[in-house]
Ligand binder design. Structure first.
Ligand SMILES: C[S@@+](CC[C@H](N)C(=O)[O-])C[C@H]1O[C@@H](n2cnc3c(N)ncnc32)[C@H](O)[C@@H]1O
Length: 292
């Protein structure tokens, strides 16, 4: 399991949530962990509402990077002919369990990356390819050629994810605090060179970014003081052994520790920094109807 996958699985276990996206926070929803599931469901509803309505003969959707399968199950419940794709075995296990418990609709689950998807078997098959906070994980050079293969002419790609703004890499405070995301301009360039055109480009950064504040406040005002208390206790009561453990740990993991310290506890992982360096978009792409 890669460290990013580990982060996703841990976040899901620690927060006890069904979704692995940030959620959207509107003014009527107070920012608190007890409202996180509601914020995430609002995000999911936003995606569901952006899809073409399910028809009696079914709209074929591929949920790419489907996480725990929460959205996939809702797609099936609404009558979409939906398949899921997820490379992480721990998540795939959860998707299988969820589908077995919650739906009798047939759905394929591809346990693979998009890059390894069997494109030849699904040429022009899907009406919609969907990415819910998963587009950033796939290199742009890989995603567009695959999407051109599997989405039928006239079909759609729906992407809800964050991208890097033009400020990324400027070396300002917090520039390296948030990883992930393609450069938005690089995305537009790749799109321009593809057989898709942009039919919707909604900037939802400010609706998503309160989630960053919620996480930042928890890290800085709860986890950090709790860690400091524990450190004081161990230093007082087990001074010798604790010093050895810290020194061993520090030698082996120094680089990683410093990186994580900068990322999570330097005070730069704030809502304002996120809004400067990331832009969260809901993007709808249409594939040309006649493609050579
Ligand atoms: C942030 S989670 C989002 C999960 C889910 N879509 C949601 O909204 O809750 C990112 C997802 O992308 C998947 N992923 C990572 N690399 C991928 C790749 N190369 N191809 C397809 N999916 C990938 C992860 O396994 C995970 O399920």
């Amino acid at each position: 399991m890669s460290s990013r996958e580990l982060g996703l699985v841990l976040a899901q276990q620690l927060l006890d949530v069904d979704d692995l996206h940030y959620g959207v926070w509107d003014d009527d929803l107070p920012l608190s962990f007890s409202n996180l599931a509601e914020a995430q469901q609002r995000y999911t509803d936003m995606i569901l509402n952006a899809l073409p309505p399910p028809e009696s003969n079914g709209v074929r959707v591929l949920d790419i990077g489907c996480g725990t399968g929460h959205l996939l199950a809702q797609l099936l419940a609404r009558g979409y002919c939906a398949d899921g794709l997820v490379p992480a075995p721990r998540l795939a296990e959860q998707v299988r369990r969820r589908l077995a418990e919650q739906t009798e609709q047939p759905a394929r689950l591809f346990e693979s990356t998009l890059e390894q998807f069997p494109v030849e078997d699904f040429s022009g098959y899907y009406d919609v390819a969907l990415f819910s906070e998963s587009f950033q994980y796939i290199p742009l050079s890989a995603s567009f050629p695959i999407l051109e293969h599997i989405v039928r002419p006239g079909g759609q790609v729906l992407i809800c994810d964050f991208f890097q703004t033009e400020h990324a890499g400027d070396g300002g405070p917090g520039d390296r605090s948030f990883g992930g995301g393609h450069r938005l301009q690089a995305f537009y360039d790749a799109l321009e060179a593809s057989s898709f055109s942009l039919s919707q480009d909604l900037d939802i950064t400010r609706r998503v970014s309160p989630n960053i504040r919620l996480l930042d406040e928890t890290l800085m005002h709860r986890l950090l003081p709790a860690g400091q208390t524990l450190n004081r206790y161990l230093s007082t009561n087990y001074a010798f052994s604790w010093r050895i453990i810290r020194s061993l740990f520090g030698t082996v993991f120094r680089k990683k520790l410093e990186k994580h310290k900068y990322k999570y506890f330097s005070g730069h992982r704030s809502q304002a920094v996120f809004e400067r360096y990331k832009t969260y978009r809901l993007l709808k792409l249409e594939r040309e109807t006649s493609v050579e």
